[in-house]
Each structure stands twice: as C-alpha cells, then as structure tokens.
Design a protein around this ligand. Sequence first.
Ligand code: NAD
Length: 504
Amino acid sequence: MTTAAHSPVPSVKLLINGEFVESATQQWRDVVNPATQQVLARAPFATPAEVEAAVAAAKKAFVTWRRTPIGARARIFLKYQQLIRENMRELAAILTAEQGKTLPDAEGDIFRGLEVVEHAANIGNLQMGELANNVAGGVDTYTLLQPIGVCAGITPFNFPAMIPLWMFPMAIACGNTFVLKPSEQDPMVTMRLVELALQAGVPAGVLNVVHGGEDVVNAICDHADIKAISFVGSTKVGTHVYHRATLAGKRVQCMMGAKNHAVILPDANKEQTINSLVGATFGAAGQRCMAVSVAVLVGEARNWIPELVATAKTLKVNAGTEPGTDVGPVISCAAYDRVNTLIERGVADGAKLELDGRKPNVPGFEQGNFIAPTIFSGVKPGMSVYEQEIFGPVLCLAEADSLQQAIEMINANPNGNGTAIFTQSGAAARKFQEEIDVGQVGINVPIPVPVPLFSFTGSRASKLGDLGPYGKQVISFYTQTKTITQRWFDDSTLAVGVNTTIAL
Ligand code: NAD
C-alpha cells in the first residue's frame, strides 16, 4: 500500500454523478503488473464522504431512471455491447497488464461479460409480470416487477471485466441505479468498461464507482439507502458481507470460494480428459473460481498420472502479453507467497509432488509472480492442500475405488461451486448429476460456467442468498414484485367531474 498524496503514476478515479473525480483520500494502493512489478496506477481507498456522495447520486438518479421506458433502457445496452466489441483489444491489453492472464484469456473474460450485456439488452422480454384474468367475478390480478432502488456490487480480482458485467448491466436494465466497488488490485479495466457504459448512454448518477477495501465495503453493507448487494469473492469476506448487510435489511447474494473436483472414470476418453483437466487447472494460473483443483481418479484411471504430468509439462509459462503463453503470473507477491507456502505444506503433509512448478525460469520477466504447473498425488482430506482454496496452478490428485466413493468425498467437502465428471457412461453421468451437491455440474465439460440464459449458482459454502447473478434469477433479485388485484364497476355511465358524465 502507498500513502503518498502525490505520486507520478496515474490515479484511478471515482465515478460520482457522471463525473470521474480524483479522491481526496490519503490512502492509496498501487496497481501492479504481476509479470514485471511495474506500478501502473494507484487506486484510492475512498473516504466516507465519497461513498456517501456516490450513494446520494444513485438515490437521486433513481427518481427518474426507474420511470425510463424499457425500450430506452434496452437500447443503451445494445449500444454498450457494440462499444465493448469495438474496444475489445484495448480492454484486453489493460486487463492483461494489471491482472496477468494471457491476452486470449483476457478477451474471454471480457466476452463472458459481454454476453451478459447482450442479455441485459433483452430486458423487455425478461422483466414481465403475470396476469390472471377473472380470479373472482370481474376481478383480475397481475404483477409488476419494479426496480428496488440503489443496488451495489463488490467484485474480486480474478475476472475484473466479467464479474462487474455480471452485475451493473442487469441491475440498471431493470431500472435500478448502482454503486460498484471493484477489486482494488486491478480496477483499471473495470473503469474503462464503466467509461464505455457512460458513452453508451447510461445517464449521470445511474452508475457510480467507489474504490477501496474493508472500510468501503462495510460502509456499503451499512448504508440505509442501498437496497441490494451482489458480492463475488472469497468465502470469508462474502460470509461477512452477507451477515452484515442482511442485518441492515438488504437483499444480498454472495458467490464465494471453491474447491472444484473433477471425477475421472476409467472409461473416459483419455486424451480429451487429460487435455480438459490440464486446461481447467492451469489456465489463468488456476485463479478461476471454476478452476479444477482436485481430480479424483477412480479405479484404473489412477494409472493416468504419468501422461497427465507429461501434458502439464508442455505448458508454456510466460507473461500474458507473450504469444503462445499458457500460464501467466499469479496476481500479487502475497498470492505468490501463499501458493508457495501451500506447496511446502503439501510436501510436509505427505502428498507426493509429481511436478514441482516452484521458481520457473521466465527469461525477460525475472521479477514476475510465476509458478509453473504443480501436481500432487496421494492427496487426502485433512491435508492443507486439500482443505484450502489454493487459487494457483496446483492440481491435487486424489483416488477413489468407485464413483459412489468419489461422490461422497465431494459432498463432504464444504465447497459446492463447480464439479465435472469425465466418462462415456450415461448411467454414471446421470447418477453423478442426481447425487452431487454442487451448483455447476459439467459432464465431459471441465468448467461449466452457465451462459446468461441461465444463472450462475453454487451450493453450501460457495454461495449465500437464494438467487444467482444474471440469467432469469437476477430479475427477481433486482426487482420487487408488486401484486395488484383490480375490479372495475361496469356502470353504464361514469362520473368524470362534478357535473360531467361519459357513456361507457
Ligand atoms: P476477496 O474476498 O479478497 O475480495 C473480494 C472483494 O471484497 C474485493 O472487492 C475486496 O476489496 C473486498 N474485501 C477484501 N477483504 C475484505 C474485508 N476484510 N472486508 C470487506 N471487504 C473485503 O476475493 P479475491 O481474492 O479478490 O477473489 C478470489 C476469491 O473469489 C476466490 O475465493 C474465488 O473462488 C472467489 N470467486 C468466486 C466466484 C464465484 O462466482 N463463486 C467468482 C470469482 C471469484
């Protein structure tokens, strides 16, 4: 963290009431390129008055935005998706510089968010109520899905484009106004996306951005004028946000940490399965909430370890800007230390280090936070590498004698974010789908993130709140259902004024 009030590097701005403003704070944090340690910018920790101003702007804008015709709201997102497409390369370059993932992966991050923007442009078909005719004689009942007011979003570092785009487009398309709190580790691509949203026509005050950490998040949780919070991040912080914000009377959805298991049955297509596993584990340096971090090898599949290790060894570790890179750096020096410490703990706990990716040689990027693919076998519940979310390029191999045993192992793990099974047996896949207690399930699909026609979900410690971000569920999250029962008297004349009547 830097505290200097004046610094030669550019500062990340706040967005309050349509203006990009310099924070008056004394507390700043450097935004650092994880491949080089170059300081790219500094992000402010907004003051209480700045958070207050952002919420006040959103509250004021809600008065008119909530009445904006649905077609006008939809057209802004049609324009917005076009602007994101036109600026894809520039957005990806910013994202790679501050986050580290490869340029193609950065485009994927943006594209998955872009799909939600396209979904928001379809709001006219999504925000529709229901009507029942003649629920009693001459009586109809119908529902209105009305926006709820100021909503807020708190996002993690690992998808700085996709996850903010999970949140504010759907909230705003529903007629709400928004205060976004991006990750303080990589807020620059998020801010560029916010600029494009204003360019697409999002009016002043409808979208606001404050930066910061714990204090700003707590202020958002406590603020009486914020009606709903969408959080994505770790289980520890998400659980805190959920409890604090629900106590303050808000709607809250928290999508949280993971320990995603893939089950490998011996009848699976070997080559495809190994390639899928390696991509899903080591892509984005393992910093995906849907990354596979444990592979459960069932029966004879335990003999596949040498080929798995050989494939992982072929991955190219380098800066995300370099063509052909498979594995970029992890986000920060703190993350680098945490992952290396966990690898040491894995060895100490008795897991077998099949592939040691510590301290790889990356010419030209010697200062980067690089860890090459690392594989442990013989991993068992109770070991640190099994119990903790490593969030780095580390694969734990566990074994099971049967599919039933694998299912029991996964259901006993506290996390329920994503899972996958690899098999050619429909019956095995169906048993898995029915019995597994995990939100996202892939059948021969390693990272089954739902497209925005559906909603992201999660089970047990991976999610709090019942409605997911994007998809159909988020319309219920960002609206209040008003149920109207109406009766009109069928008189032959209707009094209009004191002395006037009209014929019906
Ligand atoms: P994080 O929990 O550290 O940070 C998330 C947000 O909370 C950030 O905006 C941060 O500023 C804020 N924050 C951090 N510490 C805080 C505190 N003490 N009090 C209040 N707010 C605080 O998460 P991260 O490291 O940025 O992201 C990685 C985590 O996010 C992993 O656990 C990953 O599994 C999870 N994740 C989950 C999903 C999902 O959909 N389930 C998606 C992406 C990431």
